[in-house]
Write a protein that binds this ligand. Structure first.
Ligand code: S3P
Length: 484
């Protein structure tokens, strides 16, 4: 678990040697090479009905912000200090990529890192392909960064990432003058692009609400001589815009239509290195929150959770379902709304989740489906098309996992309906398809189901929540290795 000591000023940082860093990275990358689908053995795990979930959790640093903090550190001039960085394999792959572009990236201690940046427009060309493992965010944002530099870069990833669509990024980058040298069938990885030092300023309306897409365009636009405009009809998470402004970029964002935003970035402003504190990831805290809600007698405090309104869709849903969640000690940290949450076991009732809420809870549908399995009545989640192109086809993976655990669900178009009686039989093993959030969600389900729930592989959890198992066990969760 990353503790609250990830904030600055907790004593002198311990500077570890490059070798030690290499060992941490090698361990993590080795774990992720299981995850890469490049051969490591799968690690099955099961969860069984446990006692109350009690205590205090500090979830690891936010994954979205951790990627961006390293990248803006790379693009800034000077030394950026990051505290609370998520040390999951997705983010470590981004740290490696920053090194490949010439930045000096050092780990100072748990969650504390520093980046000596190169300055936007002055990156070095990586000498070998960049392997992003399982990380869609790392890949897509770095494509934008590379696209804004006159260099040739190859992007690759694991079996899951190789299935994910990259055309949504390559299309606008092409309009900006980037050349796609090669791509696998259907716009998949491995992809090689030749970027341009003179990206054309474009105005682009995103066809899907995607922060990764929006961010790739803005990051390429940093090196453009004009104003790059992105318009989205449903606002997606805005960490890139906020962090760019914090680093001194010339960026303005304003509402557009009922739920949308128009973002304008004027390029070629120098970014200045900054200190950043990364708050706890709501998408990771979500697993403990739901565990505490569904396991009888639970009473959990989740500390320092990021409450950016574009990330709190799950909380709204859980509150609508009747969950007992108290929001305490609201404050601003690292430029983001943050709060502590006290969560107690609750009886839930099914709800209808409107499609416009999807961008604010896009990663939380698997765990919401688990909560819905313990609710009385149906829960209908509308407009889930984007779930089909996540780390797995999450719509299918959720429905199959529910079926394996004895919960009835149906898919109608892009909607998922969980038909719940309030009781879950359990079962498995649930197929995780190299998807960390499917693995964690179904393990949480097993903590409150009549019989255990098993998942076929947990190696992937390292990508976003490396301390999931010990953190959850400390709070009372009962896991066992399947087959024992
Ligand atoms: C992310 C954006 C979301 C989300 C992903 C992280 C980001 O993807 O699913 O886990 O950090 O920008 P999309 O923007 O493609 O929806």
């Amino acid at each position: 678990m990353l503790r609250a000591d990830s904030s600055p000023g907790y004593g002198a940082p311990c500077v570890v040697s490059r070798n030690e860093v290499a060992t941490v990275m090698a361990d993590q990358m080795q774990n992720s090479s299981h995850a890469h689908g490049h051969g490591g053995a799968a690690r099955p795990l099961a969860a069984q009905r446990s006692g109350p979930i009690k205590g205090v959790l500090r979830a690891p640093g936010d994954k979205s912000m951790s990627h961006r903090a390293l990248m803006l550190g790379l693009l800034a001039v000077g030394r950026t200090r990051i505290d609370g960085l998520l040390e999951g394999s997705d983010v470590l792959a981004t740290a490696e990529a920053c090194r490949a572009f010439g930045a000096k990236v050092e780990r100072l201690g748990s969650g504390s890192w520093q980046v000596d940046g190169m300055g936007a427009g002055s990156l070095l060309e990586p000498v070998k392909p960049l392997d992003f493992g399982n990380a869609g965010t790392g890949t897509r944002l770095m494509m934008g960064i590379a696209g804004g530099h006159a260099m040739t870069v190859t992007f690759d990833g694991d079996a899951s990432l190789r299935k994910r669509p990259m055309r949504r990024i390559l299309d606008p980058l092409t309009l900006m003058g980037v050349e796609v040298i090669s791509e696998a069938e259907g716009g998949r990885l491995p992809v090689t692009i030749r970027g341009t030092g003179d990206p054309a300023p474009i105005e682009y309306r995103t066809p899907v609400p995607s922060a990764q897409l929006k961010s790739a365009i803005l990051l390429a636009g940093l090196n453009s001589p004009g104003t790059t405009t992105v318009i989205e009809s449903e606002a997606s998470r805005d960490h890139t815009e906020k962090m760019l402004a914090y680093f001194g970029a010339n960026i303005v964002s304003r509402p557009d239509g009922e739920h949308g935003r128009r973002i304008e970035l004027t390029g070629r402003a120098e970014l200045t290195a900054k200190d950043i504190v990364v708050p706890a990831d709501p998408s990771s805290a979500a697993f403990a929150l739901v565990a505490a809600i569904i396991v009888p007698g639970s009473d959990l405090l989740v500390e320092g959770m990021m409450m950016n309104p574009l990330r709190t869709g799950l909380l709204i849903c859980l509150q609508e379902m009747g969950a007992d969640i108290e929001v305490l000690n609201q404050r601003i940290e690292g430029g983001e709304d943050v709060a502590d949450l006290r969560v107690r076991a609750s009886s839930l009732t099914g709800i209808e989740v409107p499609p416009e809420r999807a961008p604010a809870m896009i990663d939380e549908y698997p765990i919401l489906a688990v909560a819905a399995s313990f609710a009385k009545g149906d829960t209908r989640m509308c407009g889930l098309a984007e779930l089909r192109v996540k780390e797995s086809d999450r719509l299918a993976a959720i429905a199959d996992g529910l079926a394996a655990a004895g919960v009835r669900s149906t898919i109608e178009g892009d909607d998922l309906i969980v038909h719940s009686t309030g009781k879950v039989a359990g079962g498995g093993p649930v197929a995780t398809h190299l998807d960390h959030r499917i693995a964690m969600s179904f393990l949480v389900m097993g903590l409150a189901s009549d019989n255990p729930v098993g998942v076929d592989d947990v190696a992937m959890i390292d990508t976003s929540f490396p301390t999931f198992q010990p953190d959850m066990e400390r709070l009372g969760a009962a896991f066992f290795e399947d087959g024992k």
